[in-house]
Design a protein around this ligand. Structure first.
Ligand code: GLA
Length: 389
């Protein structure tokens, strides 16, 4: 039995109905970290790790959800005037339902079974994957499947901002919906337009999960965002046209450095230089210059470590170990930070050896067994064909 037919089978035995199934991928970000909520540039790719949501309608207006990962159920009554978050996994799908209703879509009651293979806490966007798969499933059932994908990405982010309480940017939800096979997206997080950039066959994207997730992640993420807002407020006193750090260049930042505290300056310097690195990396990819791309990745990691201060011992170690291996062009932490994974650009001929050696070296140093994936950019979210079930 395939994974998909097993999902359909479990749905039938739990809910006694034939489901429709939707899938949404996780993502890895090649470069451009913490730039999305600064209206800047990022370069994510969807990856072949999915969250699936199986769905069938109910006669009432209840949502009855079951998570295979947590072996737990949750419920929400769409007829109730105020649905409150419970600080658990179900806030993601229920938050999406709340936002869809707020956007004027009248949802039907439904039974949902959720299964995900996107590792949680690895910085690979398990949350965007569950949000997007749920949004497609609920919108389809409500007959609103023509809902524009950019709007849907916005709506999922809003669910995470307002219902879950994490002030994330739009990169993850956007790429989960717009990912393209064998391509990364150069995403302009202000205009929400993108360019697809082919990843050549000669290199592999290798993800190394450190297997640690530090508790501070949530609060520190929101604090970094507040630091960036503070930088904009201060710089706007002399640069009145600016709306976000996206609008500031390095010359201006240096010129007005005295307006900022040391910490706020460091945060702003990371963002402003990271935007430049993303644009230069895109140029490098277009020109087939993988070495130059790799250099920008190394600089990005150092900037995240020293200026933005969102790395941690295990991520730094994983990056250092990467640079000791053969065939590595570049390595850096990926995602929000404080644990999670690194992304490595590795010569395809050495990818297998890289995986084995870095795994052993990391385990020797930390006693932790890392998960290492050689992965390919995947297609964005969508329905699963009935023939696959
Ligand atoms: C998390 C957020 C994204 C982005 C990254 C950092 O993944 O969900 O919006 O801010 O962190 O680049």
């Amino acid at each position: 039995m395939t994974r998909l037919s097993s999902i359909a089978e479990r749905f039938r035995s739990r809910f006694n109905a034939d489901p429709r199934v939707f899938r949404a991928p996780g993502r890895v970000n090649l470069i451009g970290e913490h730039t999305d909520y600064n209206d800047g540039f990022a370069m994510p790719a969807a990856i072949e790790f999915y969250c699936w949501v199986a769905i069938a309608p109910r006669d009432d207006r209840k949502l009855d959800l079951y998570s295979e990962e947590f072996s737990a159920s949750a419920e929400a009554d769409l007829a109730s005037p105020a649905i409150a978050p419970t600080k658990s996994w179900s806030d993601y799908p229920i938050g999406v339902a709340v936002e869809l209703e707020k956007a004027g879509i009248r949802l039907r009651g439904a039974n949902l079974l959720i299964e995900s293979e996107v590792p949680i806490g690895a910085g690979l966007s398990s949350s965007a994957a569950i949000e997007v798969a749920t949004a497609l499933a609920l919108a389809d059932l409500a007959g609103a499947s023509s809902f524009d994908r950019v709007q849907l990405a916005r709506l999922c982010r809003k669910a995470e901002n307002e219902f879950v309480g994490a002030r994330v940017g739009i990169m993850d939800q956007f790429v989960s919906l717009h990912g393209q096979k064998d391509h990364a997206l150069l995403l302009d997080c202000r205009s929400l337009t993108f360019e697809s950039l082919a990843i050549p066959d000669s290199v592999k994207l290798v993800i190394c999960n450190t297997m640690v997730k530090h508790e501070l992640a949530f609060g520190e993420y929101n604090r970094r965002r507040a630091d960036c807002e503070e930088a904009v407020r201060r710089l706007a006193t002399v640069l009145p046209g600016i709306r976000a750090l996206r609008d500031v260049n390095l010359v201006q930042l240096e010129q007005h450095r005295a307006l900022l505290s040391d910490v706020i300056y460091k945060r702003a310097l990371h963002i402003v230089s990271e935007d430049e690195r993303v644009l230069d990396s895109a140029q490098a990819l277009r020109a087939g210059d993988i070495e130059r791309f790799g250099k920008r990745m190394g600089e990005s990691h150092r900037s995240l470590r020293d200026l933005y201060e969102v790395s941690c011992r295990e991520l730094d170690l994983m990056v250092d170990l990467a640079y000791q291996q053969k065939g590595v062009y570049g390595a850096r932490m990926t995602g929000g930070g404080f644990g999670g994974a690194t992304i490595n650009l590795v010569d395809a001929r050495y990818a297998g050896e890289f995986k084995e050696k870095i795994g052993r070296a990391y385990q020797k140093e930390t006693g932790l067994m890392p998960q290492i994936y050689i992965c390919k950019p995947a297609e964005g979210a969508g329905p699963v064909a009935p023939s696959e079930l």
